[in-house]
Design a protein around this ligand. Structure first.
Ligand code: SAM
Ligand code: SF4
Length: 444
């Protein structure tokens, strides 16, 4: 009999990816994905610890799940409840203590043991927050036309605001041969685009098939040769790990899309040093210049934190100056939120909430204006769009441009999975609208 599995995912692309793999892993055991937790046989909360109140949110969500679990028990059934991801890694024992109805708690690097944990949960509470030395092989279900592939895990950078090195463990790069084999499987299953994932993806330094070590640039060069793979992307990068080979890949590998998420966090050298980012604003600007020389149309995105402890008005102005100088196609910006156990959380000068909110509003207005101008600059142009799924309106499809813009156009469902030239007719706040262009117009 089919059993129902509901996964609620919080946070980053890595978690989205991990959740998809959990569903793949449980499918052979008869679990089909359900739309809601109400009558699921297995409920997994895949949690994120990056911002404030993550643990409280998990406990409040668990309160709701407990009501469904009780209802199931009244009917004589059983609902297994599991908490995975970074909150589980950080607060595992406390979860089992405060929410004793939780059956399984597992860290981000233990999800491949999920079937075994579910089997054990029949008899006992299971806690697995170990960091394995070796990253285990993946299992695959139909990946869709745009697929994710983890190449690197963990982080050794220890930025003073960040929990990732504590929750995701030390940096580990998967051997290139395994990645190439999996990319081949993804392509054979229909993927046209692969996004390489890692908390610090460009710190990749995996064993090469010949026995040496490859960086991300070399890995990208090899993956671009896989038949069927038309597009490659990677996220998230650290500015310090952009090396010559990666810049050369942006110049030489046509499949590598001209879009890069390269978080800078702040434009102030004083704040960057306090964050332990290991680079200055000047070094970041020079990296961007080199990337633009290699690939003139490369579009950039970033993460910013405002109100980091000790950030002065002048420091904040250095951030808005940097944003004006670089010009971003899109970006994410956050108010600094102290994460327990990280060095910045105990810094003496915390910025008051109203100042953080004011700075965030100023920065976001500037970033939104840049995003609007970037999108507007494509009106009248033709962009190759990889259609991924039906749009919100009947007869419409939605896909991505090379610059990661979401593009809507009227097209038949048979074009899903194709890269199609689209003439852009309108720029909306977060997407583009267009119509399919005649072949001759297609330049890219
Ligand atoms: N590894 C990536 C890097 O170094 O840029 C980022 C990983 S983190 C999951 C994503 C973003 O969350 C960070 O770039 C940062 O802007 C934000 N972030 C992390 N910790 C934060 C905190 N304590 N307060 C506010 N934002 C935070
Ligand atoms: Fe966190 Fe810094 Fe590592 Fe990114 S590089 S995951 S921000 S510690």
């Amino acid at each position: 009999m089919t059993k129902r599995l509901f996964i609620k995912t919080y946070g980053c692309q890595m978690n989205v990816y991990d959740s998809a793999r959990m569903a793949d892993l449980m499918a052979p055991f008869g679990y089909a994905v359900a739309a809601g937790p109400e009558d699921a046989d297995l409920v997994i909360l895949n949690t994120c610890h990056i911002r404030e109140k993550a643990a409280e949110k998990t406990f409040s969500e668990l309160g709701t799940i407990r009501r469904y679990q009780r209802a199931r028990e009244r009917e004589g059934g059983r609902m297994i409840v599991a908490v995975g991801g970074c909150v589980a890694q950080a607060e595992g024992a406390e979860i089992l203590e405060r929410a004793p109805f939780v059956d399984i708690v597992f860290g981000p690097q233990a999800y491949h043991r999920l079937p075994e944990m579910v089997a054990r949960a029949a008899a006992e509470q299971v806690l697995d927050t170990s960091f394995p030395a070796e990253y285990l092989p993946e299992t695959f279900a139909a990946p869709g036309f745009s697929a994710f592939l983890t190449v690197q895990e963990g982080c050794d950078k220890f930025c003073t605001f960040c929990v990732v090195p504590y929750t995701r463990g030390a940096e580990y790069s998967r051997p290139a041969a395994k990645i190439i084999a999996e990319a081949g499987q993804l392509a054979a299953a229909g993927a046209r685009e692969i996004t390489l994932l890692g908390q610090n993806v460009n710190a990749y330094h995996g064993a090469s098939p010949e026995g040496g070590v490859w960086g991300l640039g070399e890995l990208i060069g090899a993956l671009a040769g896989i038949p069927g793979i038309a597009r490659l992307r990677y996220t998230t990068s650290h500015p310090c790990d952009v090396d010559d080979a990666l810049i050369a890949a942006h110049r030489d590998v046509p499949a590598l899309m001209p879009f890069l998420h390269l978080p800078v966090q702040s434009g102030s050298d004083r704040v960057l040093a306090a964050m332990n980012r290991r680079h200055t604003a000047g070094q970041y600007r020079r990296t961007v210049e080199r990337l633009r020389r290699a690939r003139s149309d490369i579009a950039l995105s970033s993460d910013f934190i405002v109100g980091f402890p000790g950030e002065s008005e002048a420091d904040f102005r250095a951030t808005t100056d940097l944003v004006r100088d670089i010009g971003y196609a899109q970006a994410f910006s956050f108010k600094y939120s102290p994460r327990p156990g990280t060095p910045a959380a105990s810094a003496p000068v915390q910025i008051p909430e109203p100042a953080k909110a004011e700075r965030l509003a100023i920065l976001q207005a500037l970033l939104h204006e840049q995003q609007r101008a970037f999108n507007q600059s494509y009106v009248g142009e033709v962009l190759p769009v990889l259609f991924e799924k039906p749009g919100r309106h009947p007869g419409q499809l939605v896909g991505r441009s090379p610059y990661l813009q979401s593009v809507h156009a009227e097209a038949g469902a048979e074009r899903i999975g194709e890269i199609v030239p689209v003439t852009i007719r309108a720029a909306l706040p977060n997407s583009l609208a267009g119509e399919i262009a005649p072949r001759a117009e297609h330049r890219a």
